[in-house]
Ligand binder design. Structure first.
Ligand code: XLS
Ligand code: CA
Ligand code: CA
Length: 438
């Protein structure tokens, strides 16, 4: 039976000098940063799957984390699980959560059973939400765990499997709307391929877009006003996933006329798996007007898989929050901790300590990002670096007033052109200076 939670006190802000492990050192929810409460800037969310469902199983061993919730039936256990979820969120002051259909509802033996279970559990979760004021950030359907999805869901070679995915997504949309969710996520779990010898990429991608159009049409007709997100990931579980990274997904959305409806849910660990930094992916989303929400975690750069660790790297959280501030902050999105404790961190206290570490790391990140903006040296450097496009020939290029011939005529008259220093090391030292003002 899951235990240890009752003994854990409410987690409060005690400041950076506190040695109490069960306290926030940097996350001070009501502190004002850039005119907003810290908690409204950060909009933390609990991920139901890792925090309530994952038991630490790995390919070499059984679970180490107790996930046996009180109750005789699967539904009773699901309700106890929800009670635990809400107690964790209340103790940490987390105001949002995210789920897959099968995280909250027993999967049962058929799609019909899942649908009925989802209806019952969402009634129950709604009462917990009303009681606590906790809100749903986003919902999604798990269209990757069931064996029917072994070849994909929306990109399955079998139409019946595609139909099952559509049914699951419809019910997950209904659940999201019922619980007042402000987002719905598509993560392409098995939407990719293992070998081109058996794959029709052209049809698979067209079908994926068809499923997304159907979902948008249905959800909007039901009154859903939130955001749709695609969560890019380059690999795992499939060798090649179609939603490889932000740039690939933006191209897909443009091709299929979905760009207006979709934004990105960017996960730190997926960025690094794609060979990018977290900041790169956020920046690409921002400049493509597709910044939406964040799955906050970190990977282990020495490992090639999705380790989904709680974020503690403050360089990453600072540069992440810099992008978030520059994107104007979150609207419907937030920071979902898609992170799990290590297999050896198996107690309830470990889960709480992990969230404290993650929330404090993002609070620090937000404060540093704010400092970077207020300091202005980095932004000023970038502005000056491109200043030649503000006047003269540069302004003409940007205004698209020049031809190749015009530029040849201009260039041939120039004295020797000397490229300017990029000053990377200087800028990195400015960042250190802002991060570590001891
Ligand atoms: C897996 C993904 C998944 C999505 C939601 O790697 O991170 O958990 O966020 O389906
Ligand atoms: Ca994720
Ligand atoms: Ca992940």
């Amino acid at each position: 039976m899951v235990n240890g939670l009752k003994e854990i006190p409410q987690i409060n802000f005690e400041g950076k000098d506190s040695k109490n492990p069960l306290s926030f050192k940097y996350y001070n929810p009501d502190e004002i940063i850039q005119g907003k409460k810290m908690k409204d800037y950060l909009k933390f969310a609990l991920s139901y799957w890792h925090t309530l469902c994952g038991d630490g199983t790995d390919p070499f061993g059984v679970g180490t984390i107790d996930r046996d919730y009180a109750g005789q039936t699967e539904m009773e256990k699901a309700k106890s699980k929800a009670d635990v979820a809400f107690e964790i969120m209340q103790k940490l002051g987390i105001e949002y959560f995210c789920f897959h259909d099968v995280d909250i509802a027993p999967a049962g033996n058929s799609l019909k059973e899942l649908k009925a279970n989802l209806e019952e559990i969402t009634d129950y979760i709604k009462t917990l939400m009303d009681k606590t004021g906790i809100k749903l950030l986003w919902g999604t359907a798990n269209c990757f765990s069931h064996p029917r999805y072994m070849n994909g869901a929306g990109t399955s070679p079998q139409a019946d499997v595609f139909a099952c995915a559509a049914a699951q997504i419809k019910n997950a949309i209904d659940a999201t709307i019922k619980l007042g969710g402000t987002g719905y996520v598509f993560w392409g779990g098995r939407e990719g391929y293992e070998t081109l010898l058996n794959t029709d990429i052209d049809l698979e991608l067209d079908n994926m877009a068809r499923l997304m159009h159907m979902t948008v049409d249905y959800a909007r007709a039901q009154g859903f006003e939130g955001d749709f997100y695609i969560e890019p990931k380059p690999k795992e579980p499939t060798k090649h996933q179609y939603d490889f990274d932000v740039a690939t997904v933006v191209g897909f959305l443009r091709k299929y006329n979905l760009k207006r409806e979709f934004k990105m849910n960017i996960e730190a660990n997926h960025a690094t798996l794609a060979g990018h930094t977290f900041q790169h992916e956020l920046h690409m989303a921002r400049v493509n007007n597709a910044f939406g929400s964040i799955d906050a975690n970190q990977g282990d750069l020495l490992l090639g898989w999705d380790t989904d660790q709680f974020p503690t790297n403050v360089y990453e959280t600072a540069l992440c929050m810099l992008e978030v501030i520059k994107a104007g902050g979150f609207t419907n999105g937030g920071l979902n901790f898609d992170a799990k404790v290590r297999r050896a961190s198996y107690t309830m206290e470990d889960i709480i300590l992990a969230y404290i570490a993650g929330m404090d790391s993002f609070a620090l990140g937000l404060k540093i990002a704010n400092k970077i903006i207020e300091d202005g040296r980095i932004d000023e450097f970038v502005t000056n670096r491109y200043s030649s496009y503000k006047t003269g020939i540069g302004a003409d290029i940007v205004a698209e007033k020049t031809t190749l011939e015009d530029l040849e005529k201009y260039a041939l008259e120039l004295p020797e052109v000397i490229a300017e220093s990029g000053k990377q090391e200087y800028l990195e030292s400015v960042l250190n200076n802002l991060m570590f003002s001891l």
